[in-house]
Write a protein that binds this ligand. Structure first.
Ligand SMILES: [Zn+2]
Length: 279
């Protein structure tokens, strides 16, 4: 969900956008709660006038004043001001808001928590491996992608020569899944391999999170096979808990491989998992 570049600010990545939307959702919840201020203030007067009625009234006024103070300080929080400035610049640069209709209003606080959990889950070894970046030549990239394309000729692949930026799309369980893969050269010279499942709603967001926490983050061949597994391994039952859906009615949004020994041969098998069932 990388947005356009407003002015001199660097474009925000998915985690920053999710965190900004979560912040705005929390602000909206505070504003919604303030709508109940008047009903809360008059509520004690539905009872006969006694000292406890006036005490309740006084307490309600103090609570409402605190709520107002909290909203004001939250509104002026540098983080929120940054969000408003970023949105303003982004709007000046591109005033087309049609895409915003696809962005859900709620669920961002949850999403932020999940993203943080997913980041913490990645163990130190994996992080260290990821920091090293990919170490493959242009020729190797072309070879890996061409071989994968030959093995998966029914999967739609759109990419230019060099394969540094390509899209893969197919229908899986009546869902159209589109993946965007990029290989970029960072300023420190490290080659980064990134992939997202395009879309602003579930299950696309959960699929992206599960791809981001994959083992072997710098292995292009592994990533391509994982993407193909969303088509070849139908989202039936989770290999860990055996259920179709998790508690949030999300299907098996993750794919992981395991090695199966068959006589002298070792085959790689892909399995479907819920996001919460990943070990
Ligand atoms: Zn499961």
């Amino acid at each position: 969900m990388t947005t356009s570049n407003p002015g001199t600010d660097p474009a925000w990545d998915e985690a920053q956008c999710t965190s900004a939307l979560a912040q705005l959702e929390r602000l909206q919840a505070q504003i919604d709660d303030l709508r109940l201020t008047i009903p809360r203030l008059v509520e004690p007067f539905y009872s006969p006038p006694t000292p406890s009625v006036f005490r309740a009234y006084k307490e309600n006024i103090a609570t409402s004043q605190n709520d107002m103070k909290k909203l004001k300080s939250q509104w002026k929080n540098p983080q929120v001001e940054k969000i408003f400035t970023y949105s303003k610049h982004s709007f000046q640069e591109n005033g087309d808001l049609s895409k915003s209709s696809e962005v859900p209003r709620y669920g961002w606080v949850d999403m932020e928590e999940k993203l943080q959990e997913a980041t913490q889950k990645g163990d130190k070894e994996k992080e260290a491996e990821s920091d090293q970046g990919m170490d493959v030549s242009q020729e190797d990239i072309r070879k890996i992608v061409d071989e994968w394309k030959a093995r998966n000729d029914k999967i739609k692949f759109q990419g230019q020569d060099g394969y540094h930026d390509f899209k893969i799309s197919f229908v899986s369980d009546s869902l159209v899944l589109k993946f965007h893969v990029t290989i970029t050269q960072e300023l420190n010279g490290v080659q980064k391999l990134r992939a997202v499942c395009l879309g602003t709603k579930e299950p696309a967001l959960a699929i992206t999170r599960c791809i981001n926490t994959r083992p072997h983050p710098n292995d292009l061949s592994y990533l391509l096979d994982m993407i193909a597994a969303y088509k070849t391994v139908k989202g039936t039952k989770c290999a860990k808990c055996g259920e179709m859906f998790d508690s949030q009615v999300l299907g098996t949004v993750a794919r992981r491989s395991r090695e199966v020994v068959d006589g002298e041969k070792t085959n790689v098998e892909w399995e479907a998992f819920h996001e919460h069932c990943l070990v």
